[in-house]
Design a protein around this ligand. Structure first.
Ligand code: HEM
Length: 167
């Protein structure tokens, strides 16, 4: 047998940190369908699951995965941390399965349940220059639009939109 290493377990039901309380409506698992498009590609539809969890720290952990609707074959995936501040600003860091990384900065409105993000950094990308992500709760569903600009398409254009419901 291996040498035993004493390690306490993480808390199973941590208290929600007051800083993330305004975004507590996100916590949990969301699933739904989205639609992808861009001037340079054929449009497509996808299935998606988002999870938002917390540990008691002032950040929300985020994971996303997507798949082809007909076959279930995996498509894009990403994960990161959402870091709201008490002044209504928010910073989100995301790493993508294809190696792209982004830092998003923006604002949240806890009453309207709206979050607007704009990239302040896109790194390790072959052609993406900027990304915006806009989230809005509509009739209890989490909806978003992702737009991007690339070397070939310098004006920001919609790439993704989706509607998700809480599991
Ligand atoms: C194409 C970026 C999310 C599926 C592209 C292209 C870029 C890109 C730069 C090529 C466009 C061109 O050549 O002009 C991104 C970024 C994302 C994202 C930055 C997240 C912020 C997703 C997601 C999916 C997806 C979530 C699937 C659910 C596709 C597909 C294409 C594409 C199918 C066209 C075929 C291909 O190039 O593979 N994306 N994408 N993308 N993206 Fe995304």
């Amino acid at each position: 047998g291996g040498k035993s290493i004493a390690a306490a377990k993480p808390a199973t039901s941590p208290l929600i940190h007051p800083v993330i309380e305004p975004l507590a409506y996100l916590l949990g698992k969301w699933t739904g369908e989205g639609e992808g498009d861009f001037p340079t590609i054929n449009s497509f539809r996808y299935g998606e699951e988002l999870t938002f969890t917390h540990s008691g720290k002032p950040a929300i952990a985020y994971t996303q995965k997507t798949w082809k609707l007909n076959s279930g074959e995996p498509m894009h995936a990403e994960s990161g941390y959402w870091r709201p501040k008490p002044d209504g600003s928010i910073e989100v860091v995301i790493s993508h399965i294809n190696g792209l990384v982004e830092v998003q900065k923006g604002t949240y409105d806890a009453n309207d349940k709206v979050i607007n993000l704009k990239s302040s950094l896109v790194g390790n990308a072959s052609k993406v220059n900027a990304i915006t992500r806009d989230f809005k709760m509509i009739n209890g569903n989490l909806t978003y639009v992702v737009q991007m600009s690339t070397n070939h398409t310098p004006n920001i254009q919609q790439h993704l939109k989706a509607v998700l419901s809480k599991l």
